[in-house]
Design a protein around this ligand. Structure first.
Ligand code: GAP
Length: 450
């Protein structure tokens, strides 16, 4: 939660036991459910429950705040998920967005050849088919006729929406490089081996930004965005020891990239990608110019030169980030001689900022507690809970990461004050009701300005 938080010193990983615990907590507390569970689910597909929906929204907002709202050089768009298939021809996805697929002749499982060691991870057989290219794009048909002319694809990345709208955005918003176009939205990939909970799924949400720059400035903007994005995860509570930046080897680079660095997170199974930052050069604008016949260039009036900007792209996975933040936040300690589980989520990321808890369900307390709730709801996302003993309700709020609890007790009716309890320290202070919104805002905002 803060630099001083005990969480920062915790060992970076406690193995797959932690992972199972998080998967279990996510289901039990309403963050993430197996999709269509009553029908037996569907492999590696998940639905986000009430707390998951709130948390995803907070991660989205945190990204939006850093990449769009607090900048004057980035504008947002929302492009179509199913678009003209020529986009995917020009982007190279039709030809190169493929993984090598092998079948095990013994147990008939399918694997990505580059992710296994020549033997089937399921049954150990080395009797595998030759690897064949498998395109990861989901294919569909637009309109009622299912023939070749109606074939379309669900977007495998949001990035192309920014490239094909480059001219529209630049002219309508009167922009000149360097400037960025940002987009949040679902992406779809028919992954051969989805897995590790929401780490790799076939439908997921991405947070992408294409930053258009003069070619000569590409290298320095690449460095700039690597630092910015690494800092963002730390700012929102992922400890430094669980993050690193890894430059891609030449052989790993995507077909469009002149340089890529991954922000990696220390998952329970080891280091893995959280976000990729790529120097896409002018690959996309050039290719779309050639395929569409529309020149996607900037005219620099000062030098009288037309040029095609280079693109620096920070591309993050929203759902994967949510999982990493849950893993990083999980902690246990002992409070008043009792074990407790606590999610030390950043206050801006936690599903609820505040829980309002009347000490008892007595009619005398409810009107005041509800009045306080209504006031706080205007500014903060609040939970309200009046069932069970107060200690159990605190534990529940700790386990879902709520930073502050406001307890309304019988004294509140007399002294016009309530108790504010801090999730991390469990410290309780008495605050006059009139000062409550200001006190809470101060406590939550302090985390942002550190
Ligand atoms: N436009 C660039 C691009 O799409 P990417 O590295 O393929 O880059 C960006 O994807 C981010 O999306 C990844 O860093 C990861 O966080 C997330 N991501 C990619 N595939 C995913 C999947 N199958 N399930 C969940 N998240 C995924």
């Amino acid at each position: 939660m803060s630099e001083e938080s005990p969480k920062q010193d915790r060992a970076p990983t406690e193995g797959m036991g932690l992972f199972d615990t998080i998967v279990n907590l996510a289901k039990r507390r309403g963050f993430i459910f197996p999709s269509a569970e009553i029908y037996g689910g569907i492999r590696s597909t998940y639905d986000y429950g009430p707390l998951g929906a709130l948390m995803l929204r907070n991660v989205r907002d945190a990204w939006w705040r850093a990449v769009v709202r607090e900048r004057d050089d980035v504008v947002p768009i929302e492009a179509a998920i199913i678009t003209n298939p020529k986009v995917w021809e020009a982007s190279g996805h039709l030809e190169t967005f493929v993984d090598p697929l092998v079948d095990c002749r013994s147990c008939h499982e399918r694997w990505r050849a580059d992710q296994i060691d020549g033997a089937c991870p399921n049954c150990g057989s080395a009797d595998l088919t030759e690897a064949r290219p498998f395109n990861l794009m989901f294919k569909t048909f637009v309109g009622p006729v299912e023939d070749e002319s109606a074939v379309a694809y669900l977007r495998p990345e949001t990035a192309q929406g920014m490239f094909v709208n480059f001219l529209n955005v630049m002219t309508t918003m009167r922009r000149k490089p360097p400037f960025g176009i940002a987009q949040l939205g679902r992406g779809f990939r028919n992954e051969i081996t989805p897995g590790n909970f929401v780490f790799r799924t076939r439908e997921f949400e991405m947070m992408e930004m294409e930053y258009f720059v003069p070619p000569a400035e590409a290298a320095s903007w690449f460095e700039y965005w690597c630092t910015e994005r690494l800092d963002w995860y730390e700012r929102y509570g992922v400890p430094k020891v669980m993050l690193r930046l890894r430059q891609h080897e030449e052989s790993e680079l995507s077909h469009y990239s002149a340089g890529t660095a991954d922000v990696e997170f220390l998952y329970p199974w080891g280091w893995g990608e959280l976000e990729g930052i790529a120097n896409r050069t002018d690959f996309d604008l050039r290719s779309h110019s050639e395929h569409s016949g529309t020149k996607l260039e900037y005219f620099d009036q000062t030098s009288g030169e037309h040029y095609m900007p280079y693109v620096i792209e920070p591309a993050a996975g929203l759902t994967r980030t949510m999982m990493a933040m849950l893993l990083a936040a999980y902690d246990t300690d002992v409070v008043a001689g009792e074990d407790r589980t606590v999610l030390r989520l950043h206050p801006r990321i936690a599903p609820y900022s505040v829980a309002v808890l009347p000490l008892s369900k007595k009619e005398t307390l409810t009107p005041l507690a509800k009045k306080i709730l209504r006031t706080l709801q205007r500014r903060f996302v609040c939970d309200y809970d009046e069932t069970q003993a107060i200690g159990r309700r605190y534990r529940r709020q700790d386990e879902i990461g709520t930073p502050l609890c406001v307890t309304v007790d019988f004294d509140s009716l007399e002294d016009g004050a309530v108790t504010v309890r801090d999730r991390d320290s469990t410290e309780q202070v008495r605050v006059p009701i009139g000062q409550l919104p200001g006190t809470i805002a101060e406590r939550l905002e302090a985390e942002l300005d550190r």
